[in-house]
Design a protein around this ligand. Structure first.
Ligand SMILES: NC(=O)c1ccc[n+]([C@@H]2O[C@H](COP(=O)([O-])OP(=O)(O)OC[C@H]3O[C@@H](n4cnc5c(N)ncnc54)[C@H](O)[C@@H]3O)[C@@H](O)[C@H]2O)c1
Length: 262
């Protein structure tokens, strides 16, 4: 793909965040025109400036804002061919009986309703043109139990939504896939380590590779699934998790083994 005015257009929601910015960087280097969409418009502008992209505000909790952002992309930048739906409301681990229901509603509004609405709003132009590719961002918390009481169920729902749309829109030329990161060292997560809400060493012990994921490694998977190289791939979930899902039963047998001696 070559850059310039006729380059295909991709929108990245949550583009101001850690994984979002890595996506913007990677998609720009792959030759896409990129629109950075985020509720944090100052950060979105800074990311856009760093990578030669366009910034625009979006609030996934507000249906008009999502409609307006999709219309902005089509009107001001060009036909949207790729969508990376990265934005999410994160959550800290807690016990179910101490759930804050205001936060529960916020998480469902943004991650569940907001993501679904983003897909349908940005999908409209793709359906008219019978061409487009969408990547949603789930999480490994979608596949098993975790103490992320509201966030985990919304990420499981994002997988279900992605598969539904992959089938509903497949014969209209639109692919929909879901990338599911494991613990990824983004600034938001690093800040959470610093506040003592998560422990990177505990998390590393649960990986097969013995290290956490880098934001650009999630972005690489998203860029692949958005690209024509993935032209026959739709309706899948791709974990990018340093092998965390694979280690599940090893704790029963003493944990993940240390490296073999040479
Ligand atoms: N970092 C991890 O360990 C990890 C693991 C699994 C999944 N994920 C997923 O990856 C994605 C990115 O995570 P991250 O670590 O880069 O987090 P992040 O907080 O850096 O990025 C999230 C972005 O979404 C934006 N956002 C939040 N609410 C919004 C709203 N209402 N409207 C529009 N934008 C909004 C934030 O401003 C932020 O820029 C999320 O979907 C997250 O659930 C991350």
């Amino acid at each position: 793909m070559s850059g310039g005015d006729h380059a295909p257009v991709a929108a990245v929601t949550g583009g101001a965040g850690g994984i979002g910015e890595a996506c913007v960087r990677r998609l720009r280097s792959d030759g896409w025109q990129v629109v950075v969409l985020d509720i944090d418009i100052d950060q979105a502008r800074a990311v856009a400036e760093r990578h030669g992209a366009v910034a625009h505000a979006i609030d996934l909790a507000d249906e008009r804002s999502i409609e307006e952002a999709a219309a902005f992309v089509e009107r001001e930048v060009g036909p949207c061919q790729g969508l990376a739906a990265v934005a999410a409301h994160l959550e800290n681990p807690h016990r179910p009986e101490s759930q804050d229901y205001a936060e529960w509603e916020d998480i469902l509004r943004v991650n569940l309703t907001g993501t679904f609405r983003t897909l349908t709003c940005f999908g409209r132009g793709m359906l008219e043109r019978r061409s487009g590719s969408i990547v949603t961002v789930g999480s490994i918390t979608a596949f098993n139990s975790s103490p992320l009481q509201a966030y985990g169920p919304t990420k499981a729902a994002i997988i279900n939504i992605s598969r539904n749309l992959a089938v509903a829109w497949g014969r209209s030329g639109i692919r929909v896939n879901c990338v599911c990161p494991g613990p990824t060292r983004t600034p938001a997560v690093e800040a959470s380590y610093a506040r003592g809400e998560r422990n990177p060493d505990t998390m590393i012990r649960e990986t097969a590779l013995g290290r956490l994921v880098r934001p650009e490694e999630v972005a690489n998977a998203i860029a692949f699934l958005l690209s024509e190289d993935a032209g026959a791939i739709t309706g899948i979930e791709l974990p990018v998790d340093s092998g965390t899902l694979a280690t599940q039963l090893w704790g029963l047998y003493g944990g993940v083994p240390e490296p073999m001696e040479r």
